[in-house]
Ligand binder design. Structure first.
Ligand SMILES: NC(=O)c1ccc[n+]([C@@H]2O[C@H](COP(=O)([O-])OP(=O)(O)OC[C@H]3O[C@@H](n4cnc5c(N)ncnc54)[C@H](O)[C@@H]3O)[C@@H](O)[C@H]2O)c1
Length: 439
């Protein structure tokens, strides 16, 4: 099948290359000429494990190409995906759909023969109706079905997630649209991935409901962590104790500095706005947003208190900047409010991240970026572990102790054990667990 993927970001590029790997012919389109030129040279615009090899293999096989011009690929395609960004709209937090609607207008002008136009971007309920209206307005003669097919992949494990999804959601009432979607995903349902076929509006709501639920689950355990600290309990054990209950499940029960990333923050806000507009407010989701924002800010106070409240002139070493490991994505990363708040308090910040420093430089000024964790820790009054990259899981604490000004660690991901850190001679603060000191 011929596929045009409009938007070649995290979702478009990963989906495009995976569809090509299934044997479809895919053209990835993007307005960003530098991104397309880099992809043609075999350079990946994002950090995602396994992506470069998969792109190279499918490009070599002639199933995957890149262009800035959507006309030819759309005219040839039976399936056209919209995978452009849907960021928060400035001012009111609604999803900014201008990229989606611009793409729809461009697609409309290029349509030829029966085509299924599929929204993969995360879009509020009713967006598919508007995309269809635009297509029919620009091209009353077009033979088109508009389908919702939200994407659930996680950055850092995107290829695995795309190829082994928990489920595939297809929103359409159009029989021909459904047949094309079945054909596209045939390799996956041969692997028994469940396909949920439902109405377009239901599919759109499923995506937001899933993200809002996960964000709420994280926020719930973060609040329990806060309580655990006050009452002298251990949130890790609480999480295990409740997570082993099948009705609850153990995933997304890791206490930390608050959720960030390219999806949860904007999607929870957009869902809450939609719900208000329809006079069915989602109080739980609204509270999740408020609690999470406050938590991200509170992390700087946690670091300050590990320093005895004296931050001015202190050197703070931050390990991990991206919103989670195995990505270079800095969107809404908890490291951003943490570092800026510490700088506001007068701290000098040194930082190291395995993949995110190029992106971080665009959003965080006056930070000394270092080449490894040990250089980062030089003369530090406190080491703050913000993102749990694998390479931070077995740090050489003897070496760190020699290079740091003071042996103080704030571990916002509970990577280490409090008793172990005390044994190694560190004052150690983590999340939702007892604090340990050497004195
Ligand atoms: N990143 C994730 O983990 C993830 C997961 C699931 C769903 N989503 C959703 O998928 C969508 C895309 O997210 P992303 O992270 O891939 O975004 P992104 O910002 O990485 O990529 C979007 C791309 O679309 C391009 N673009 C915009 N308008 C265009 C046009 N008219 N024609 C061609 N290209 C155009 C941009 O240049 C950019 O490269 C969003 O709605 C997001 O919420 C993201």
């Amino acid at each position: 099948m011929h596929v045009a993927m409009i938007g070649t970001g995290y979702v478009g590029l990963v989906s495009g290359v995976c569809f090509a790997d299934f044997g479809h012919h895919v053209v990835c389109v993007d307005k960003d000429a530098a991104k397309i030129a880099a992809l043609k040279r075999g350079e990946m615009p994002i950090y995602e494990p396994g992506l470069a090899d998969l792109v190279a293999a499918n490009a070599r096989a002639g199933r995957l190409t890149f262009t800035t011009d959507l006309k030819g690929p759309v005219a040839e395609a039976e399936a056209v995906f919209i995978a452009v960004g849907t960021p928060s709209r400035r001012g009111d937090g609604h999803a900014d759909l201008s990229f989606v609607y611009d793409a729809a207008r461009e697609i409309a002008a290029a349509l030829s023969g029966f085509t299924v136009v599929i929204t993969k971007s995360t879009v509020p309920v009713g967006t598919g109706d508007e995309v269809e209206r635009i297509l029919r307005q620009v091209r009353p003669d077009a033979d088109v079905a508009v389908v919702s097919n939200p994407e659930f992949l996680r950055e850092g494990a995107a290829i695995q997630d795309f190829k082994h999804p928990d489920r595939i959601v297809v929103g359409t009432d159009d029989e021909r649209g459904r047949d094309v979607m079945n054909e596209l995903y045939r390799p996956l349902y041969l692997n028994q991935a469940p396909i949920i076929v439902t109405s377009r509006r239901t599919a759109e709501l499923i995506k937001y409901a899933a993200n809002a639920f996960l964000a709420t689950k994280i926020t719930f355990i973060n609040e329990i962590a806060e309580l655990a600290e006050r009452v002298g309990a251990d949130v890790q054990h609480v999480a295990r104790g409740i997570g082993l209950d099948n009705r609850i499940g153990g995933k997304f029960l890791h206490a930390g500095p608050g959720f960030g990333g390219s999806c949860f923050p904007k999607d929870t806000v957009a869902l809450a706005k939609t719900a208000q507009d329809y006079d069915a407010p989602l109080r739980l989701v609204e509270t999740t947003i408020t609690v999470n924002n406050a938590r991200k800010r509170a992390m700087a106070r946690k670091v300050a208190s590990a320093l005895g409240g004296e931050v001015r002139g202190r050197t703070i070493s931050v390990l991990g900047l991206t919103f989670k490991p195995n990505t270079d994505d800095m969107r809404e990363a908890p490291s951003i409010p943490l570092i800026t708040a510490l700088q506001d308090m007068g701290a000098k910040v040194r930082a190291y991240d395995p993949a995110g420093m190029a992106q971080a430089k665009a959003v965080l000024a006056d930070v000394t970026y270092c080449e490894n964790p040990y250089v980062c820790a030089e003369n530090a009054d406190v080491l703050v572990l913000v993102t749990e990259w694998e390479e931070f899981r077995a740090l050489d604490f003897d070496r760190l102790k020699m290079t740091m000004a003071r042996p103080v660690v704030v571990d916002l991901r509970n990577v280490y054990r409090p008793d172990e850190m005390a044994r190694r001679g560190f004052d150690y603060v983590s999340v939702g667990r007892p604090k340990t000191t050497t004195s």
